[in-house]
Ligand binder design. Structure first.
Ligand SMILES: [Zn+2]
Length: 85
């Protein structure tokens, strides 16, 4: 089981969180319909660190960003969305 350190609640089980998407997929590129469809439904799945958007759905309901290694699931750099860096 993966523990995710919520900046508000502390470490909690992954089951309390909902994965949304990689941070780089948040911005919508301008482009043709096929390009927009590719951005929405087709994503790379690289090995290594991935900056991701998650929500503590069954906890404080806050949105957070974190860096997760897609091979080891090690988590670092957890921040609350909207918090000053
Ligand atoms: Zn929380």
């Amino acid at each position: 089981m993966m523990l995710i350190p919520c900046p508000h609640c502390g470490p909690r089980a992954q089951a309390e969180f909902t994965f949304d998407r990689p941070v780089e997929a948040i911005t919508r590129p301008d482009g043709t319909a096929p390009e927009l469809i590719r951005n929405l439904f087709t994503r790379d799945n690289p090995k290594g660190p991935s900056r991701e958007l998650w929500r503590h759905t069954y906890g404080c309901r806050s949105w957070i960003t974190l860096t997760r290694d897609t091979v080891t699931h090690a988590i670092s750099d957890v921040t609350a969305v909207g918090a000053s860096q």
